[in-house]
Write a protein that binds this ligand. Structure first.
Ligand SMILES: NC(=O)c1ccc[n+]([C@@H]2O[C@H](COP(=O)([O-])OP(=O)(O)OC[C@H]3O[C@@H](n4cnc5c(N)ncnc54)[C@H](OP(=O)(O)O)[C@@H]3O)[C@@H](O)[C@H]2O)c1
Length: 350
């Protein structure tokens, strides 16, 4: 990893205004990048098909195109940097990276910690081996998400040697999250009463607020930072108990958490990560869960807001959505009747 910097002792110069192309830009993470870039005075261009949240940025130049074979709108254009949050297939990342290589300085590819082949190593850094795929032409990005993302990283780096930042976020949370995963916790805690909490509370957990990630991506562009970096926080290790206690306190302290043993949850069919988001039973194949090192990213300026702020802001964002979208954005997380059933069984255990 390298970063351009000013001369020692001199006051930091205002960052040069950048022209930034975002391939996509109007899903979940993209808007956080766009908002951060605009707030810093940079000029943003989007390329997308116009299907997702059309009209979200009426004042931002938007080029119509499809990464799969229709990049004509990028012809004869130049940008300082490209952010690629919508690459899932190496063939398409290769196409955009090669096309843009002569006309940009810096390519920021949004990868994932799912690139890692295994999750059983504690405290891994970016040198942990990545997943591979038997047939690299297999483009099923659901079945081979991590392995294909790893190949996308390699495709970008091959097209722009020494000019790529490959960022590997963990669970991205906060306002705008369409997956409804983290949203379960602020929603449920704000309702109050007895809340099913997974494990014994000591499980380390990691996440990144999309707004912190977006701001950091813009900083990387301003600093010209390249290299492969895990992108998740917080800076210091936290446990599931610390996270839920902080969120509960910030949301009025109305919930009483009942911590239910991981094996008991397993027997009850209550699933970590999906029904009990952000958490997994960190043993055996998942012994490294929640312990991925982020030292490189922190050195490169990644900072984290308190989880309590994310919880409050997520709830506030949910309240702005029309009912159907709100229901979808809350659709993850254990259903109330199942939660009550598991809690009753836990109380009744011998
Ligand atoms: N969520 C998590 O917890 C998590 C964790 C780790 C890593 N990640 C990574 O974070 C990124 C999240 O990205 P996001 O979806 O939020 O990004 P985004 O840029 O906000 O949304 C995706 C954009 O891509 C556009 N798009 C999709 N297919 C396209 C195509 N064929 N041609 C042109 N444009 C296309 C969509 O618009 P149109 O539909 O209008 O084209 C949309 O604007 C992903 O790379 C994901 O792997 C996520």
């Amino acid at each position: 990893m390298r970063a351009r910097s000013g001369s020692a002792g001199a006051p930091p110069a205002a960052p040069a205004k950048q022209t930034i192309l975002v391939l996509g830009g109007i899903g979940f993470l993209g808007p956080h990048v766009v908002d951060a870039a605009l707030a810093r005075g940079h000029t943003v261009t989007l390329l997308n098909r116009g299907k997702t949240h059309p009209g979200l940025y009426p004042n931002v130049e938007t080029l119509r195109g499809d990464r799969d074979g229709h990049l004509e709108a990028l012809a004869n254009r130049k940008w300082d940097a490209v952010v690629d949050p919508s690459g899932y297939v190496p063939r398409l990342v290769k196409a955009s990276a090669e096309l843009l290589a002569p006309r940009i300085k810096h390519y920021v590819f949004i990868s994932t910690i799912s690139v890692y082949a295994k999750q059983d190593v504690r405290n891994p850094d970016e040198s942990l081996p990545v997943a591979t795929i038997a047939d690299p032409s297999d483009e099923d990005s659901k079945a081979h998400y991590g392995a294909l993302k790893a190949l996308c990283e390699q495709a970008a780096s091959a097209a722009l040697p020494g000019r790529v930042a490959n960022l590997r976020p963990g669970l991205i949370i906060g306002p705008g999250d369409p997956t409804g995963r983290f949203s379960h916790w602020p929603t449920r805690l704000a309702q109050g009463g007895e809340v099913l909490a997974p494990g014994d509370g000591s499980t380390p957990v990691q996440y990144i607020d999309g707004r912190d990630l977006g701001a950091w991506i813009v900083k990387l562009i301003e600093d010209g930072t390249v290299g492969t970096m895990n992108a998740l926080g917080p800076e210091h290790r936290v446990t599931m108990k610390q996270v839920l206690d902080a969120c509960n306190a910030a949301l009025g302290g109305k919930a009483q958490l009942t911590w239910v043993d991981a094996d008991f949850l397993d027997k009850q069919g209550a699933r970590g990560w999906t029904e009990l988001p952000m958490w997994l039973d960190n043993k055996a194949d998942y012994a490294g869960f929640g312990t991925i090192q982020n030292t490189r990213a922190v050195k490169a300026g990644l900072v984290f807001r308190p989880i309590a702020d994310t919880a409050v802001d997520t709830l506030a964002w949910l309240s702005t959505l029309p009912e159907d979208q709100r229901a979808k954005a809350r659709s993850s997380g254990i259903k109330p009747d199942k939660e009550a059933k598991v809690l009753a069984a836990w109380r009744a255990r011998t």
